[in-house]
Ligand binder design. Structure first.
Ligand code: PBG
Length: 327
């Protein structure tokens, strides 16, 4: 390639129109997915302290937020449930009248064009807050699979467009695929949280979803933050078990993993800009230390540029609106 002075990269940065023409990565609203926290009742809208702008809502209020998201062009929503009761095995997870199941039915009735994804995990439903069943103080992998499969089938029966297991048990994608197929839901895709790293970035979410482990932590099942090759093995294993889409989570601190997964698999890839990433941007902006909208867009563009096809983000509606007005 020619070098300076023949090649002057600044030539193509001269005007906004030139810059737009040669921009390699773009964000569009339909690539954004908004997480929503649903609980029972009516008229409930409870702010989440560490996530300004996010709420726990009842199904009726959830529809208000989902309508706003759809109107802004957001592609989909990801549902988390806060159940009325919790027990050791998290049995409310497959209650066909649970908040997530009710929310799915309401969304498919009111906003059929919005992609409805459900988070499949036990941590919101177990009284101990772990992502599977405890046997002798440890999360028992194989005993948890049947419960996750039951939860996923209940979500599919309610009409979920996609089920998304986030528990990190080994073999759960295969177990869920088999259970879905046996129940006649062969057309329901699985978005696997394949490379989900243990760490501190989920703190605000655990307040929102009321899913903090009562003892211990999640390092026995979520990934160690130092591991990239292992992330690829996790992703390939989920693909072999039948995952239709894979995910890397968190997004911002793990962009190298996002890039490698996209390059090495070519599979549809989601990245989750998690609660801690969101909270940091919101907090700095509240102090006037950063320009919130610009940092929001840059953080999302970076995740796209690394290789994510879809981004799960609490900024989905604001970012979509901004894209509509500024392009
Ligand atoms: C459930 C789950 C978690 C998140 C998504 N699904 C919490 C966790 O693993 O502790 C985190 C999302 C976020 O922080 O925004 N297992």
């Amino acid at each position: 390639m020619p070098s300076y002075p023949e090649y002057r990269p600044r030539r193509l940065r001269r005007t906004p129109a030139l810059r737009a023409m040669v921009r390699e990565t773009r964000l569009s609203p339909e690539q954004l997915i908004l997480p929503l926290f649903v609980r029972s009742g009516t008229g409930v809208r409870q702010p989440v302290g560490s996530m300004p702008g996010c709420f726990q809502t009842s199904v009726d209020e959830m529809l208000v937020d989902a309508r706003a998201a759809a109107a802004a062009g957001v592609g989909g929503v990801l549902l988390f449930g806060i159940p009325d009761y919790k027990d050791a095995e998290g049995s409310s997870a497959w209650d066909d009248a649970g908040p997530v199941q009710e929310a799915v039915r309401a969304l498919k009735r009111e906003l059929p064009g919005l992609v409805v994804i459900t988070d499949v995990c036990m941590c919101e439903y177990t009284d101990h807050g772990h992502c599977g069943v405890l046997v002798g103080g440890d999360v028992d992998n194989d005993a948890s699979l049947a419960l996750l499969a039951r939860e996923a089938v209940s979500h599919a029966r309610a009409g979920a467009d996609v089920v998304a297991p986030s528990d990190m048990m080994d073999g759960r994608v295969a177990a869920i695929r088999r259970a879905l197929d046996d129940a006649g839901h062969h057309a329901t895709p699985i978005l696997a949280y394949s490379a989900k790293f243990a760490g501190a970035f989920y703190g605000p979410f655990r307040e929102a979803a009321e899913s903090t482990p009562q003892s211990g932590d999640r390092r026995g099942y979520q990934m160690d933050a130092g591991n990239a090759d292992e992330a690829l093995r996790e992703v390939w294993q989920d693909i072999e078990e039948g995952a239709d889409m894979v995910m890397v989570k968190p997004a911002g601190p793990f962009l190298d993993i996002v890039a490698r997964v996209k390059q090495e698999t070519g599979y549809p890839l989601a990245a989750y800009q998690v609660s801690g990433e969101f909270a940091m941007i919101q907090a700095a902006a509240e102090r006037g230390w950063i320009d919130r909208d610009r940092v929001m867009m840059e953080s999302l563009l970076g995740i796209r540029r690394a290789g994510a096809d879809m981004i799960i983000t609490y900024f989905a509606v604001d970012a979509a609106r901004l894209l509509r007005t500024t392009g």
